[in-house]
Design a protein around this ligand. Structure first.
Ligand SMILES: [Zn+2]
Ligand SMILES: [Zn+2]
Length: 354
């Protein structure tokens, strides 16, 4: 764990105890760091703590906790704790906690916050069962939060605790965490380590290829995608990745074949046509193909507003009528952008033509 700015020794030892109990692992306190950015007009300052934490510990670290007495802001709201789903870092602030409380109450609070945030790092979202993953909004609501997980979230936690930091699944998540920070070399190292344990893991190999591509090692990236497809011929991801690799400049004329192959392998047609349309529009600058895929997204029942906006921009109609019993009226104007109105079946029948 890492203390940020002024943290009292008592707070530090409570958090350390709670973290040790919850993770059943020894806890090391790393050198103090300055508070990354004071909470102010910026609404997402809690992520700065997480980003600072991610690169702080040795790679075999299971979880990394930041502790501060400074206010925390996330998504525009003051928060007590913060973490990202599936990543190793969690942070909490004592700023909003009630000041007058017994030692037992304070320990209980530290434990609830830590067990809750750990739950997010194990992949849990908020929960409406009798569960520590319930959304607790204030320091007072915290005391009513149960200390235990519901059966589903307990299973999630147990799996992560059992796997530990060196399991291939954990290493793939570590790679993704580093990719998000743009630490390509460190991400590649994590993926390579995962692949030593499970060389047939096509997701890890595709992700490694993307990191190699980001670092400009295009031949090695292509090789990784080809190997991934050999391990999992029906998987869409390596084909998407190859389409992007070619489209981004290596061989644009080869991209469409791989893109169509990816769409054919994707078990979610809405997602597939959305991705393909965007790739055609943004990278390959083929508006006819882009429009075809956006239309296929809509025909498959997709109503992604971004896709509809792009489609309307490409074909510029005043009304789009779909086969389903509904009408979507969409107008595109260069000044206002997109206006969309969805008309439910009955209203659609009665609505005058625009
Ligand atoms: Zn939460
Ligand atoms: Zn739960």
């Amino acid at each position: 764990m890492v203390p940020f700015g002024d943290v009292s020794p008592a707070e530090l030892s409570r958090a350390r105890w709670a973290l040790e109990v919850a993770t059943r692992r020894p806890v090391v306190v790393l050198p103090r760091q300055p508070v990354p950015r004071e909470a102010g007009a910026e609404t997402d300052q809690a992520v700065d703590f997480l980003d600072a934490l991610i690169l702080a510990p040795p790679p075999d670290t299971f979880r990394i906790l930041g502790l501060t007495s400074a206010p925390l802001m996330a998504e525009g709201e003051p928060v007590i704790g913060y973490s990202r789903i599936g990543e190793r870092a969690l942070v909490y602030s004592t700023h909003l906690l009630p000041r007058y409380a017994t030692e037992a109450v304070r320990r209980g609070q530290a434990r609830r916050i830590i067990v809750h945030e750990l739950g997010h790092t194990y992949g849990a979202l908020h929960c409406d069962q009798s569960c520590v993953m319930r959304d607790a909004e204030s320091g007072h609501g915290l005391d009513e939060l149960p200390l235990h997980y519901c059966p589903e979230h307990r299973a999630m936690a147990e799996e992560a605790l059992k796997e530990g930091p060196l399991h291939p699944n954990a290493l793939v998540r570590l790679g993704a965490e580093r990719m998000r920070l743009g630490a390509w070399t460190e991400a590649i190292a994590a993926y390579r380590q995962a692949l030593r344990h499970s060389p047939w893991d096509y997701k890890a190999r595709t992700a490694m290829g993307v990191a190699l591509m980001a670092r400009g090692e295009l031949t090695a990236a292509e090789e990784a995608f080809i190997t991934a497809s050999r391990s999992a011929p029906r998987a869409a991801q390596p084909y998407y990745a190859r389409a992007v690799l070619y489209a981004a400049g290596v061989a644009p004329h080869r991209a469409p074949v791989f893109l169509e192959a990816a769409v054919g392998r994707d078990d979610d047609p809405r997602r597939a046509h959305r991705a393909a349309g965007i790739l055609y529009q943004e990278l390959l600058e083929d508006e006819a193909q882009a429009a075809r895929h956006f239309q296929a997204h809509v025909s498959a029942g997709g109503r992604d507003p971004d896709v509809i906006a792009r489609l309307v921009y490409l074909i510029q109609p005043t009304t789009l009528t779909f086969n389903e019993p509904e009408t979507i009226i969409a107008r595109w104007s260069p000044e206002l952008g997109l206006e969309v109105a969805y008309l439910p079946p009955r209203t659609a029948a009665a609505a005058p033509a625009p």
